[in-house]
Design a protein around this ligand. Structure first.
Ligand SMILES: [Fe+2]
Ligand SMILES: [Fe+2]
Length: 159
């Protein structure tokens, strides 16, 4: 099923009030804060949209509160993509898809990055495949939109 813009608004209105896994913000607040950081850096509209929607998969693939505590990876970076393909191009979809791998990349390439992650983000990292090896990091950064995914990830972490 494809979502329209108004469907996305309804989804945030219905489910956006849920606590963001183990964090003191709601899903909607987290989405808006991430997008606001993108806007503050004058990111192009596609990247602001990616920032806003990067965790929409949590609302579509509803696994209840903090699934990582039960050892569950909800694969939220993929869950929203089929629903968004009708209205967005790869410049929005790929940074969303890669924002989890961007964390794995940043852990591998920035010495202070892992320590600064939230508790849930550290817990989910292991479920998501862990820190990239040097070869995995090199393969990641050579993909189209990898740099955009890293920008989304850094706004995500700060939100
Ligand atoms: Fe996420
Ligand atoms: Fe996020």
């Amino acid at each position: 099923m494809a979502l329209s813009i108004s469907d996305i608004c309804i989804l945030f209105a219905r489910k956006g009030g849920r606590a963001y896994d183990g964090e003191p913000v709601t899903q909607l607040e987290h989405a808006l804060q991430t997008a606001e950081r993108a806007e503050r850096e004058d990111a192009p509209p596609a990247l602001v949209a990616a920032a806003l929607l990067h965790d929409l998969g949590h609302l579509l693939n509803d696994q209840g509160d903090t699934p990582t505590l039960r050892g569950v990876d909800d694969l939220h970076q993929f869950a929203a993509l089929p629903f968004l393909r009708a209205i967005y191009d790869e410049d929005v979809l790929t940074p969303i898809r890669l924002h989890v791998d961007a964390k794995r990349y940043l852990c591998a390439t920035r010495s202070d990055y892992f320590d600064a992650l939230s508790i849930d983000s550290k817990r989910s990292l292991a479920l998501q495949g862990g820190i990239f090896t040097p070869d995995e990091a090199a393969a990641f950064i050579n993909q189209p939109f990898a740099a955009d995914a890293i920008r989304v990830r850094l706004w995500d972490d700060a939100a």
